[in-house]
Write a protein of this length. Structure first.
Length: 758
């Protein structure tokens, strides 16, 4: 029996990579200095994994931005518009990730999407008709050699060809199948080169296999792997899957010439059954993903050992591993000195999961009984105390609690009179730049260097300035800017009962952006107002409506580390009741428009369609309805979702029964508009008119063109104009310029409409 992990976090235990890359973006350091930071982080990771006692360790899981982009670029999949910039390789790479606007040209970034059902985002590889797939990159080999020079024999990992094709966008006339021969050659070359360098294993990540597989999908998989595996020589190939099970493809996959197969025994509901009913080939290695790579709780050793012992494989055929890459959890509990031991003993971040793996191996091979006893004791002690008032309240919910009256059409008429907004009302999604000053103000307050009054006074000053700016440029519905929030989920957690917090438990969300998810420890309850003071203050400064700004229950749940003893539905309903109380409090305080963000609603959708309604939408949509069901008809409820790939659940989105929804459409090419049109989407809608994840400023003409595209598909009276997400990650200058262009473009289009008599 051996141990390994699918992948390890790369941002650094104190986000060293994030800070270095951001400095590079600001031209404060050069590529060489950035490379030194990266090398050091890789060295530390390999050393930690080796010292923890793992038998195999990965390489290639490091990335400056995203490993899917790395894999695409390794294989020469770089759209022509980035090549035309003639930038240095690292800058061409970042241009794809973030867009480029400068002396060499002006291009938007690649589309960015959620990595399966996680809060990590990948960059969508773009295949053009002229794309010439071949092995051109060296990153994978360089990192293997770098490790080797330090004495570490690693297992290089890249995204496999099937998942690469399934995630890609095809911009020309060719389809996925057209690229198969070139891809097979390119991956064959990767394997040959790794073999030459002395690698004994390569890991190809194929999480796309856990989604519903059609006959055509499986044919594509075989078309890629049959020739690839036939061509491989000395190197052993690990097919690594995660985030689910292989119920549609298990037979086909175990019959292929892989040397190892990585299966997820945590999230893969049927993995155990598949392995036991179909068996596992004696000539392959089973990489058994038994340790949860997504959550932060200690594993129950008795349960894990029972599973390990029941697997139908010989001891030398078994490698214990994580259910997915540890990218999705923070580095180490050791960096949480302020957290009480009472909580900490239940937590296992990435480093602690390494110990769990080696413990399990040691116990299974019957030496380390002390570790087993300590773990048994931990699980024998009761952990939680029930908040009975809350659990009773959830149990007493009745159908009318989920239903807002009157119906939306009636409400929207009442609201039109109430607000008297112009056609194409303009607004933003909530946050304004979290500048260095805003973050430092909070850091100083947290360190006790300034008082609560000083902290609040600074934020009030920010609110005031930004309200003045919004009035000046002529936005119609204003926001306070969210300066008091570290993060839209962590902030709510801090104000609610039932959560605990970490100081350093950062997880990468995309590129240099990280989150520090709060931990749901017990039953959730609202004990104090959360957002009322800031909203009321902002509203006092203007006659225009200021939108209240809340995070919705599904998003709070999904971007927190959740309990294992309570169903997601139950937890979400607890949170929904807390947010409902906040909605009603805002309403009582004169806030007439309230946005309830459900940014993560789509991300949590089960990967298999058969699970969508019974396992998720049947409670997630009601949870949102519960939050706003009790407001007055005159109160306008907005919601917001990012990266909205929700063409196929559009009815469920409409059934949330919000009055207005804003979402991202610009970076996904506005194709969603067709669906909205065809399905007669009733919710009024603000499809974002520009991409806020890039520092690039959209011109007035560009925004006007986008508005025209929207009006070609949607009824004029239903459309709102807004950026596609909050502006917290943007700088002040680009934010001001972009919003001025958005308002100017809207006024331009309104003028044309008057002219046409509409
Ligand atoms: N949870 C969550 N998931 C999400 C999103 C989101 O907003 N939240 N948005 C979507 C995109 N993902 C995103 C994820 C993170 C960020 C983001 O801006 N993160 C910030 C951190 C935000 C934060 O928690 N800030 C804290 C801590 C900031 C900090 O680093 N402070 C310094 C000190 C201050 C300084 O000198 O800068 C320190 O502690 O060392 C605060 O403001 O209090 C970052 O990576 O930089 C944006 C988008 C999808 N998923
Ligand atoms: C990730 S969705 C963000 C919504 C939030 N209201 C903001 O503007 O930042
Ligand atoms: Zn968003």
């Amino acid at each position: 029996m051996k141990t390994t992990v699918v992948g390890y976090p790369r941002i650094g235990a104190h986000r060293e990579l994030k800070f270095a890359v951001q400095k590079y973006f600001k031209h404060e350091i050069d590529a060489t200095t950035l490379d030194e930071t990266a090398r050091e982080l890789r060295r530390v990771n390999w050393q930690s994994l080796t010292e923890a006692g793992l038998d195999q360790i990965p390489s290639g899981d490091f990335s400056y931005f995203d490993t899917t982009l790395d894999t695409a670029n390794l294989l020469n999949i770089v759209p022509q518009r980035y090549r035309d910039l003639n930038l240095a390789p690292l800058d061409e790479y970042f241009a794809q990730a973030r867009g480029y606007q400068g002396p060499k040209g002006d291009v938007t970034a690649l589309s960015m999407k959620k990595w399966f059902n996680t809060n990590y985002h990948y960059l969508v590889p773009e295949f053009e008709d002229t794309t010439d797939i071949k092995l051109v990159g060296t990153k994978l080999f360089d990192e293997f050699k770098e490790a080797k020079a330090q004495g570490y024999q690693t297992r290089p990992t890249i995204v496999g060809p099937y998942t690469l094709l399934k995630l890609a966008a095809f911009n020309g006339t060719k389809t996925a199948a057209d690229y198969v021969p070139e891809l097979v050659t390119a991956y064959t070359d990767v394997l040959s080169q790794l073999a030459e360098l002395g690698a004994d294993w390569v890991q190809l990540d194929e999480p796309a296999l856990v989604k519903d597989q059609s006959v055509a999908d499986l044919a594509l998989f075989q078309a890629l792997y049959t020739p690839l595996l036939a061509a491989k020589k000395l190197l052993k190939v690990l097919l690594q899957t995660y985030f689910g099970d292989l119920r549609d493809s298990y037979e086909a996959i175990v019959n292929q010439a892989f040397d190892g197969i990585g299966l997820d025994f945590v999230e893969g509901a049927q993995t155990d059954k598949l392995v036991k009913t179909n068996g596992f080939p004696a000539d392959k290695v089973l990489f058994a993903g038994v340790i949860n790579g997504k959550n932060i709780w200690r594993a129950n050793y008795d349960e894990k050992l029972a599973l390990i012992k029941s697997l139908p494989v010989k001891d030398d055929q078994l490698i214990l591993t994580t259910s997915c890459s540890l990218l999705h959890v923070p580095y180490t509990v050791a960096n949480e000195p302020k957290l009480a031991q009472h909580y900490k003993r239940y937590l296992a971040f990435a480093a602690e999961k390494l110990t769990e793996l080696t413990d399990l191996k040691a116990i299974a091979t019957a030496t380390n009984q002390a570790e087993l006893q300590a773990n048994q004791q931990l699980f024998a002690t009761p952990r939680y105390q029930e908040n009975e008032a809350i659990t009773k309240q959830v149990a007493a919910l009745k159908p009318s609690d989920f239903n807002r009256e009157p119906d939306r059409a009636t409400r929207l008429k009442i609201q039109a009179d109430e607000f008297n907004l112009p056609v194409l009302p303009t607004t933003t999604i909530g946050s304004f730049p979290q500048t260095r000053e805003v973050r430092q103000n909070r850091a100083k307050f947290k360190r006790g260097e300034i008082t609560r009054e000083q902290y609040d006074a600074f934020n009030k000053h920010e609110i005031k300035q930004w309200i003045e700016f919004q009035e000046k440029i002529g936005l119609d519905v204003l926001v306070h800017g969210e300066f008091e929030r570290n993060d839209m989920v962590e902030y709510f957690g801090e104000k609610l009962d039932g959560f605990i917090f970490t100081q350093n438990a950062w997880v990468q969300s995309y590129g240099t952006r990280c989150v520090k998810p709060p931990i749901i420890w017990g039953d959730v309850a609202r004990t104090q107002p959360i957002t009322v003071a800031e909203s009321v203050y902002a509203q006092s400064l203007t006659d225009k409506p200021v939108k209240g700004m809340l995070t919705g229950p599904v998003t709070i749940l999904n971007w927190s580390f959740t309990r294992e003893d309570l169903s997601p539905q139950e937890s979400t309903y607890q949170i929904a009741l807390a947010i409902q109380a906040e909605v009603l409090d805002l309403e009582r305080h004169g806030i007439k428009i309230i946005q309830i963000d459900e940014a993560a609603l789509r991300e949590n959708l089960p990967l298999r369609k058969t699970d969508w309604y019974p396992r998720y939408l049947d409670w997630a949509i009601p949870a949102f309805r519960l939050v706003h069901s009790k407001v007055q008809p005159t109160t306008q409820i907005h919601t917001h979702m990012c990266y909205s790939e929700f063409g196929d659940i559009i009815e469920a989105i409409d059934a949330m029964d919000a009055d207005v929804i804003s979402f991202e459409a610009s970076r996904a090419d506005l194709t969603l508009l067709d669906t909205l049109q065809e399905d007669h989407f009733q919710t009024h809608v603000g499809p974002g008119v520009y991409d806020i994840h890039s520092p690039r400023v959209p011109s007035e003409e560009e925004v006007a063109t986008t508005i025209h595209k929207i009006l070609a598909k949607l009824p004029l009276d239903n459309v709102w104009i807004n950026p596609d997400c909050g502006l917290k990650t943007r700088g002040t200058t680009e934010t001001v310029a972009s919003l001025e262009n958005v308002v100017a473009a809207t006024k331009q289009v309104r003028g044309e409409l008057v002219h046409e008599g509409r």
